[in-house]
Design a protein around this ligand. Structure first.
Ligand SMILES: Nc1nc2c(c(=O)[nH]1)N[C@@H](CNc1ccc(C(=O)N[C@@H](CCC(=O)N[C@@H](CCC(=O)N[C@@H](CCC(=O)O)C(=O)O)C(=O)O)C(=O)O)cc1)CN2
Ligand code: MET
Ligand SMILES: [Zn+2]
Length: 775
């Protein structure tokens, strides 16, 4: 390190900070505002305090820029639409008069208008609001909020780098409202507003604009090179230098991007280290090159010694080198210092948002020739300890893996035979009704769990409280007349964290919150070692629920791919290896549920599609091991046991062969918002097993009417044979209130009964409606 050639122009920055607040202040404030408990002024004050905290942290760490513009109400894509007056006209609001109350309606819907759609932000568990583009889209500039934030940040007397979602990504991430409209025709009008904004930003003294174009890492962006070139030619006149910013993967079109008239480029050196050498060769020497060297997607303490060696290599003769987080710190928790229960050794292996700022400052200083030896030694020691720690490797897992054979990932007989056996056992009516698993996570449930965690509610009292919730959920479902019941997941804080808490090899945090969408957060557990299930995780709850009813009780588990995808994963072995370990743990649980007499078991895989690599060219390898992991978890049961899976938030049509290869007896999917369009793919593909297309959107408080659902089901029977159709909502009901759930499910059962009456005579071998199986 001592031979490091001192580079004076090296700077350190972050691409963005988490905005939910170290203690989820923003979540609580937004929800209070929505309930009418606080006013806009109070809510604004919470936002300002979070921004101030972020800037103070950046300044205290000694970063060279304060990052401004990363704060957003609800979502940053929605915020960008508001900035450019590009919110859908169907709400009827004037873009210049958007107070917060009005603004939130776009994200949450109102009595007249559906909310704007929400979808996954690249391959993360963050969801953004999808812009709506149509021939009526008009743009304006409403930068008051943003400029006010610049003014707030100016009191820290540190250069300001403003983050802006770029025009190409903004358009690309939206959807066209009609098939004959080409969104790219909007580009010139949109660019005119960006240009205006850039002038304003220069006037108020912004030093740099980080213009985020994550779209440029997707293969589909290749075809959009003319638009990219046109956009950045138009912004060439920007009076503020632009840092063209990409992350999550290698950029497409690198040679062409290297010729764009922008002042700097940021690339993700964590996710795409293989492209760094090319970027160095192609990106002009006299421009800024920002390398994302500190991982914004994971929580491991960086091997700073190793990064330094590389950067030293890379940086030779390059004058303007910046070191950054690989992407925004939106995807990692705020500060490790809040964690008081994590064991000291494990804690020393981790870095959350705050620690990443410190890593960046350390690296910048070291390249300038000022190496903080203590920091370096501590980081190297933690890395070395982790590499050799006994707690990572579990011989029981190795043994278990060694026993796995190919037949473990196959059911004994094909679906058709299984179906006959399952039907003989379950005797379900035509169009069986079910739900996806969770029932409302009420304040009472969460309070009880909190009290239990804090030692104020005994284990026994907590058990009774959760059993009472389960009993109530079962009673409600019987009242509605559902066919396959669930226990309601009252005892689970989250579908991933709950299992993470019980598995070896997993650690969990107290405050490791990450925004998932709007005010909703998750606390991804941390996989640090071999995953092993020491004992049953769900059997007693499920068996209790089954004891309360003669209807089949569906066991409810989270699948290996989703467990992997929604956790922070170890970086010392391939994801596929970790998935296989989790699969074995889930498999053991599946088998235990079967032994306890549970006849239907659902293994949720909502993140199955999200796990796909961003580059389509390497999908197949992922799909192979992901399918294998699911099947390994599912196939330990007898043929008469019915395996369900559930997927949501996804475009399924391009991975249908893999979904079919999962060979789940039943799949329930989210379809209602696309008006059953998503189901058409399953029909065209001749999906062979049973399907429950969601007949209503659980993200909206609106109670669906019987007719709407009959309508959707009529569409579904056009595509899927009636005897293979199930009836269910789009997803779990945990974010809803009982007042919404009860009428919604009653209507759903009523809709289903209409269909049964109509179809009863027309389907061969349909069982009678009267017989009820006994469990
Ligand atoms: N991991 C994950 N990813 C997912 C989903 C999911 O279910 N899980 N679903 C999709 C959509 N995303 C979602 C993500 C989060 C929530 C959600 O409801 N989150 C809850 C937190 C869930 C949780 O962990 N709850 C804990 C802690 C609850 C809590 O805040 N307790 C209060 C006390 C209780 C109170 O006053 O409310 C506190 O600590 O102060 C519990 O139940 O034990 C929230 O933000 O409110 C919903 C959907 C996609 N990705
Ligand atoms: C995001 S998928 C959710 C599945 C889970 N079983 C639930 O009902 O909440
Ligand atoms: Zn779901």
């Amino acid at each position: 390190m001592t031979q490091l050639q001192a580079l004076t122009n090296v700077k350190a920055h972050v691409l963005g900070a988490a905005r939910i607040g170290a203690q989820r202040e923003l979540k609580f404030a937004m929800e209070q505002f929505w309930r009418g408990e606080i006013g806009a002024e109070e809510l604004e004050a919470v936002g300002a305090a979070i921004r101030a905290d972020n800037w103070q942290r950046q300044k205290a760490a000694g970063l060279d820029f304060l990052t401004v513009g990363d704060f957003a109400w609800y979502d940053h894509v929605l915020q960008t639409c508001a900035l450019f007056g590009a919110l859908p006209g169907r709400f009827g609001f004037h873009p210049a008069q958007l107070d917060l109350k009005t603004y939130f309606q776009y994200a949450r819907g109102n009595t007249e208008q559906f909310a704007m759609e929400m979808t996954k932000w690249f391959d993360t568990n963050y969801h953004y609001i999808v812009p709506e583009w149509s021939v009526n889209t008009q743009f304006g500039l409403h930068a008051e909020r943003l400029l006010a934030q610049v003014a707030e940040a100016q009191q820290y007397a540190t250069p300001i780098k403003l983050v802006l979602l770029g025009p190409v990504s903004l358009l690309a991430l939206g959807k066209e409202k009609s098939a004959d409209f080409d969104r790219w025709t909007l580009l010139p009008a949109l660019l005119a507003q960006y240009k205006k904004l850039l002038v304003c930003l220069q006037e108020v003294g912004v030093s740099w604009v980080q213009i985020d174009e994550p779209y440029l890492v997707l293969e589909e962006s290749k075809a959009r090179l003319p638009q990219v070139e046109a956009a950045y030619a138009a912004l060439q006149s920007s009076p503020v230098p632009l840092l063209l910013t990409t992350y999550f993967e290698t950029v497409e079109n690198l040679p062409a991007l290297a010729r764009l008239p922008v002042a700097g480029l940021h690339v993700d050196a964590v996710r795409a280290p293989q492209q760094v050498a090319q970027v160095f060769a192609q990106w002009p020497q006299d421009k800024v090159l920002s390398l994302g060297v500190v991982d914004g997607r994971n929580i491991w303490r960086q091997d700073v010694a190793n990064i330094l060696t590389k950067v030293q290599d890379w940086a030779k003769a390059r004058k303007h080198l910046w070191l950054g987080s690989s992407c925004s710190l939106l995807h990692v928790p705020v500060d490790l210092a809040s964690e008081h229960k994590l064991d000291a050794t494990l804690k020393s292996w981790l870095a959350f948002g705050q620690q990443k700022l410190e890593e960046l400052a350390f690296l910048r200083n070291a390249i300038k020739g000022e190496v903080d030896q203590r920091f370096l030694a501590a980081a190297s020691q933690a890395r070395a300890e982790r590499a050799h720690s006994a707690r990572i490797h579990n011989p029981l897992v190795a043994q278990r893996l060694a026993q796995v054979s190919a037949s473990d990932a196959e059911r004994a007989q094909p679906y058709a035979q299984r179906q006959a056996q399952q039907q003989a056992r379950l005797n379900l009516p035509l169009f069986p009704t079910t739900t996806i698993g969770s029932f409302p996570q009420t304040a009472a449930i969460r309070q009880a769990r909190k009290a239990n965690k804090q030692g104020q509610l005994s284990q026994l009292d907590y058990l009774h409280a959760m059993r009472a919730e389960i009993a109530e959920a079962v009673a409600q479902q019987e009242r509605y007349g559902l066919d396959v019941l669930v226990h309601g997941e009252a005892e689970r804080n989250d579908m991933v964290e709950y299992f993470g808490e019980q598995l070896w090899g997993y650690a969990f945090t107290e405050y490791g919150w990450v925004q998932s969408y709007g005010s909703r957060c998750v606390k991804p557990p941390i996989i640090y070692g071999d995953v092993y299930r020491p004992e049953a995780m769900t059997v007693s709850w499920t068996a209790y629920a089954q004891s309360l009813t003669s209807k089949p009780m569906k066991g409810m588990l989270t699948g290996p791919v989703t467990m992997l995808q929604w956790s922070f994963v170890r970086d010392d072995q391939p994801r596929s290896a970790t998935a296989k370990q989790i699969a074995l743990a889930i498999r053991d649980e599946v088998v235990d549920l079967e032994k306890a007499g549970i006849a239907v078991i659902q293994i949720d895989e909502p993140a199955f599609r999200e796990g796909l690599p961003l580059k389509q060219s390497v999908w197949q390898d992922y799909l192979n091991w992901a399918v294998e992991a699911f099947k390994l978890s599912a196939c330990g049961v007898r043929d008469e046991t019915q395996i369900h899976t559930h997927m949501c938030y996804s475009e399924f049509n391009d991975i249908l062969p893999a979904i079919a290869a999962l060979d789940a007896d039943v799949i329930t999917i989210e379809t209602s918002r696309s008006d059953m369009e998503l189901l058409r793919g399953f029909g065209d593909f001749a999906y062979p097993n049973e399907i429950g297309p969601g007949v209503y959107d659980i993200h909206s408080p609106r109670v669906p009417q019987v007719d709407e659902m009959v309508n959707l089901l009529e569409k579904a029977v056009q595509v899927i044979p009636a005897e293979r159709l199930w009836v269910n909502p789009d997803c779990g009901l945990k974010t809803r209130r009982w007042e919404e759930v009860a009428p919604a499910l009653q209507n759903m059962v009523a809709a289903c009964q209409q269909l049964r009456t109509r179809w009863q005579g027309q389907v061969k071998s349909a069982p009678s409606l009267e017989t009820s199986p006994s469990f």
